[in-house]
Design a protein around this ligand. Structure first.
Ligand code: ATP
Ligand code: MG
Length: 192
């Protein structure tokens, strides 16, 4: 099975590109943010806990998140081509748990698709999305907090993946645009 992680700052386009790659390569898309927002909508116990962290721009505790991810992964439709993990792992602890999870299932991480986007573009996108989608955590204060959390807890994972030899970085430019990014990522996946 192909096991991709799509990695990048808030607003880097993880969800958007995942949707496109899902179509091109018939992959399953697991977005932990979407899973949590679904639980919030249902009003489940998990949703209530998740909301208290998400609204503050903080990460859900690792133990909880790791359990959720394994559960979703194990319930993928049988015979899947592969999967794109979007929003997981976000900490070194989560990355180590993921490695263990793959080991136990005789799977391995195929590659990490790293999205590099400048801070100015990220901020502009999130503020625009705030108006379009009305996500509760897309307000200026929470966005600031999410960037801070990203830089301290999540960004160090790039080095971790680099050392593992699985990091593949893609640099966004306005010239390339989202279509160009998808094209480059798709070419890379085909070359694997
Ligand atoms: P974008 O959707 O633009 O990529 P994002 O990465 O900030 O932005 P989501 O991935 O949807 O947004 O995550 C929203 C929130 O859900 C996070 O701020 C965090 O509180 C929680 N969350 C999602 N995934 C995890 C995770 N792996 N570990 C801990 N918390 C998580
Ligand atoms: Mg997302």
């Amino acid at each position: 099975m192909l096991n991709f992680v799509i990695f990048g700052a808030p607003g880097s386009g993880k969800g958007t590109y995942s949707a496109k790659l899902k179509e091109i390569f018939q992959l399953e898309h697991i977005s932990t943010g979407d899973v949590l927002r679904g639980e919030i909508r249902k009003g489940s116990d998990l949703g209530i806990v998740a909301k208290s962290y998400i609204d503050k721009g903080q990460l859900i505790p690792d133990e909880l998140m790791i359990g959720i991810l394994a559960n979703v992964y194990d319930n993928l439709p049988a015979g899947s081509n592969g999967v794109i993990l979007d929003g997981f792992p976000r900490t070194i602890t989560q990355a180590e748990a993921l490695a263990k999870m793959f080991d136990e299932r005789n799977e391995k991480l195929t590659a990490v698709i790293d999205l590099e986007v400048s801070q100015d573009i990220l901020l502009a996108r999130l503020l625009r999305r705030a108006k379009l989608e009305g996500r509760a955590d897309d307000n200026e204060e929470t966005i600031k907090k999410r960037f801070e959390v990203y830089h301290t807890q999540t960004k160090p994972l790039a080095d971790y993946f680099k050392e593992m030899g699985v990091l593949k970085s893609f640099y966004y430019t306005d010239e390339l645009g989202p279509e160009g990014m998808v094209r480059e990522i798709a070419e890379y996946i085909k070359s694997l």
